[in-house]
Design a protein around this ligand. Structure first.
Ligand code: NAD
Ligand code: TDX
Length: 334
């Protein structure tokens, strides 16, 4: 395939920056990152990438003029930018509406004007949650039933994409992925919070009883799936991305403690999240059968050990956010 100019929104965030590294390592494509650098964006996540392949533009996806200019220069757009943290959405939902809904609308209008291929990144949380003892997993046919302000704005953005495909012929695809882990994840999120707590001598914090199940996938596997969909996905289709990684939160916190050389019970139970989704689980058969994708990081324990190692070696990357994040959580008894 000829080298493309990709516009990647949210490319200074966790999954977006992993995708930019993946593109540079696995294709000849050039990348322009459009990122507002909110508290969640970190330019250091793009350190070491070649300047003749990756360009950074600071800006808001809801800035129609800037978006218009960048779309005119791009062959295809991969849209990661979002307000992404459920706990923040319970505290202050407004930025979630502005970025996840109005921002996505702004990109869709530009895709329509410039007739550009757009891939929209979304989450399994749009489907709500499953019971712990339910053998079912989410599929592309599962009805939308989001629980939190975050997941409801992601659901809204998915529905806007579908409407712009059907009404205006925009060439878009959607993927809904399960919980990602790996390097460059903000310390507000579950796994990096616990790893950096241990590194700081703070006890890890488990919400409620910790029975909630998440379906973990390495961020690099998410990236390879997105590239497959961008290359060969059918326009207008939704693909679920997952790697059969279901684990309850208690098991994950115990594994982190063991891998870091501490007793498995050296953590605190704290106030549960309001409306806390019980279980997510993805059936990714469609993506695997149609596009021949499969995950490379089959061993969660090995992937987690490598992630712990990354946080050990990259304290300057995460240290500036750590105190503010812990102050926010402790103000809520978490
Ligand atoms: P993140 O919070 O780490 O990164 C989001 C990035 O978007 C940041 O760099 C931020 O500066 C940027 N951004 C926010 N508002 C912006 C705006 N208005 N204009 C331009 N840039 C803006 O999030 P993440 O965990 O990397 O998630 C990326 C995407 O993947 C999101 O769409 C999220 O819904 C989706 N997703 C995440 C997960 C997960 O496990 N983290 C799972 C499935 C889907
Ligand atoms: O300190 C904590 N203790 C704890 O028990 C934190 C921060 C979280 N938790 C629990 C809540 C969840 O059950 O761990 C689980 C994972 O929490 P998060 O990392 O906040 O992720 P989650 O709410 O599951 O959402 C994530 O996956 C789907 C991403 O943040 C979303 O952007 C994505 O859409």
């Amino acid at each position: 395939m000829a080298a493309r100019n990709l516009l990647v929104t949210g490319g200074a965030g966790f999954i977006g920056s992993n995708f930019v590294h993946h593109v540079v390592d696995n294709t000849d494509d050039h990348v322009t990152v459009l990122d507002k650098l909110t508290y969640a964006g970190n330019l250091a996540s793009l350190d070491g990438l070649p300047s003749n392949r990756v360009r950074f533009v600071q800006g808001d996806i809801a800035d129609a003029g800037l978006v218009d200019e960048l779309f005119s220069e791009a062959d295809a757009v991969v849209h990661y930018a979002a307000e992404s943290h459920n706990d923040n959405s319970l505290h202050d939902p407004r930025p979630f509406l502005d970025t996840n809904i109005v921002g996505t609308y702004t990109l869709l209008e530009a895709a329509r004007r410039h007739d550009r291929r757009l891939h929209h990144i979304s989450t399994d949380e749009v489907y709500g949650d499953l019971e712990l003892d339910d053998p079912a997993r989410f599929t592309e046919a599962t009805p939308y039933n989001p629980s939190s302000p975050y997941s409801s704005t992601k659901a809204a953005s998915d529905l806007l994409v579908r409407a712009w495909v059907r009404s205006f012929g925009v060439r878009a695809t959607i993927s809904n992925c399960s919980n990602n882990y790996g390097p460059y994840q903000h310390v507000e999120k579950f796994i990096p919070r616990q790893i950096t707590n241990v590194l700081r001598g703070i006890r890890p914090k488990l919400y409620g009883k910790g029975e909630n199940v998440r379906d973990w996938i390495h961020a690099d596997d998410h990236s390879s799936a997105v590239l497959r969909i961008l290359d060969d996905g059918r326009i207008g289709e939704t693909y679920l991305i997952g790697a059969d990684g279901e684990k309850d939160n208690k098991a994950v916190i115990e594994l982190i403690l063991e891998l870091m050389g501490l007793p498995a019970d050296a953590y605190d139970h704290v106030t549960d999240r309001a409306g806390h989704d019980l279980r997510y689980a993805i059936d990714s058969s469609k993506l695997r059968a149609e596009l021949g994708w499969k995950p490379q990081y089959g061993d969660f324990e090995a992937g987690l050990a490598a992630t712990i190692d990354w946080y050990r070696k990259n304290e300057p990357w995460w240290a500036p956010s750590k105190n503010d994040v812990e102050a926010f959580y402790s103000s809520k008894g978490q």
